[in-house]
Write a protein that binds this ligand. Structure first.
Ligand code: CA
Ligand code: CA
Length: 184
């Protein structure tokens, strides 16, 4: 965790200055994120590895808890096609005990644009409470065998009254993507 955060600090400056257009000629990409919300819905850092077999996204949190009362959950939007605006896939997962996850095709960020669950290809999400991290793994087949990809990451909590206002934490600006990450 310490090592990742330190490495990510230097990169966060690049993200801010390069913004959406900045290419990342690296297989591994990390970004540091300030503390914004509570109970596992806060993302402190993200690490992305666009590997030969899988796309791995690891989110680092503070205070991840299995308690369903936190209502913490996350979404990884994956942009695999630069000729089609917005993300092509969304990985949705709950971070508390007893919740599930699903990778779906999508035509945008809004829930109304989400499509069918991905039927071909493997994917998995693992929540590591002791390490305060969540690992999302998507096989290349599940993502339509893309080359470079970029992702947009958000986590949120839910209050007992069902609202999430003030408990939504995007990495960077709302709906912003990392630079494109070449396949390793
Ligand atoms: Ca944060
Ligand atoms: Ca796209």
């Amino acid at each position: 965790m310490r090592k990742t955060t330190t490495a990510a600090v230097a990169l966060s400056t690049a993200v801010i200055t390069l913004g959406l257009a900045g290419p990342a000629h690296a297989e591994l990409y990390g970004v540091d994120d300030p503390e914004d919300t509570f109970h596992g819905s806060d993302i402190r850092a993200v690490q992305i590895r666009n590997g030969k077999a899988n796309l791995n996204v690891t989110t680092f949190h503070s205070g991840l808890r299995p308690d369903p009362a936190t209502g913490s959950a996350g979404r990884i939007y994956v942009d695999t096609d630069r000729n089609d605006a917005g993300p092509e896939y969304v990985f949705v997962g709950g971070f508390t005990r007893g919740t599930d996850y699903l990778l779906r095709s999508t035509d945008g960020f809004r829930v109304g644009t989400w499509g069918q669950p991905v039927a071909n290809g493997d994917y998995i999400m693992r929540v590591r409470y002791a390490k305060d991290r969540v690992v999302f793994r998507m096989s290349r087949a599940a993502l339509g065998k893309p080359g470079a990809v970029r992702v947009s990451v958000v986590a949120s909590g839910t209050r007992t009254d069902g609202t999430s206002h003030g408990l939504v934490d995007w990495v960077g600006k709302r709906r912003s993507f990392t630079p494109w990450i070449k396949r390793g």
